[in-house]
Design a protein around this ligand. Structure first.
Ligand SMILES: [Ca+2]
Ligand SMILES: [Ca+2]
Ligand SMILES: [Ca+2]
Length: 244
């Protein structure tokens, strides 16, 4: 069973609600769609090429402590690129980070990735968003990215990112990039020796993951949820997790 943490203290912008969809600039929506498509392309390729890592939901939840361990290493990387140490990687800091990672992107593309990964209510890229960003860069540009992050930790980071992406593909078998509620329900209940997970739990689980409430969970949303469930905290977001 995946332990659910209260999410009310980490407000996410409601990007997909009917009202806010109207308010979302067309440009922003295009960025969102373009990057979603790129991610899907990479996922499809991967679903074709790789052997399945996970066979059950349990096998995924059992790895959470390991995710946590591996992701902790990214904290140092984050601090390194957060030059002014304000807990946020702003656009300029992100540009310098991307050039260091030797990711071939135009300034506009870096801006787009910045926008794509900035999903919480705090402007700029905070730690959890940075982890998602790195994982997406890893998926799109390959292991060279983590080698630039840290020669020493690269294998460990690759391992963590591989598993996170494979966990998504466990729920999203064909790699169309959209995990639906029925995928969660099905996958959580397919181990016959297990008790059926009550539907209100799978529903809640899905609702927590579907940050923009559009009825499906993409890789970006899934990664955020996994990172939260693994209990990776940012200094400021983690400290008030128990407050109402
Ligand atoms: Ca900063
Ligand atoms: Ca943010
Ligand atoms: Ca969604």
């Amino acid at each position: 069973m995946i332990h659910l943490q209260p999410t009310s203290t980490i407000p996410y912008t409601d990007m997909g609600g009917a009202a806010s969809r109207l308010a979302t600039p067309i440009k922003q929506r295009r960025v969102e769609k373009d990057l979603d498509n790129k991610v899907v392309e990479a996922l499809r390729e991967r679903a074709r090429a790789r052997k399945k890592t996970f066979k059950s939901v349990n096998s995924i939840t059992m790895r959470l402590p390991r995710f946590k361990d591996g992701l902790r290493d990214i904290r140092d990387v984050f601090d390194h690129y957060d030059v002014d140490s304000n807990g946020t990687i702003d656009n300029e800091e992100l540009r310098s980070c991307m050039s260091k990672l030797q990711v071939q992107m135009s300034e506009k593309e870096v801006d787009d990735v910045h926008r794509y990964c900035d999903v919480n209510s705090r402007k700029g890229i905070q730690f959890q968003e940075f982890v998602v960003l790195l994982c997406l860069m890893y998926l799109l540009f390959g292991p060279g990215v983590t080698r630039q992050v840290s020669e020493f930790e690269s294998a460990k980071l690759n391992y963590v990112f591989d598993e996170l992406i494979d966990a998504f593909l466990f729920f999203n078998k064909d790699g169309d990039g959209k995990m639906r509620r029925k995928d969660v329900t099905q996958r959580m209940n397919e181990a016959s020796h297990q008790e059926r997970t009550p539907s209100h739990i799978t529903t809640q689980l899905f609702k927590e993951m579907d940050l923009n409430k559009n009825g499906s969970v993409n890789l970006k949303e899934f990664l955020f949820s996994m990172i939260r469930w693994a209990g990776i905290e940012t200094e400021d977001e983690g400290s008030n997790e128990t407050s109402p």
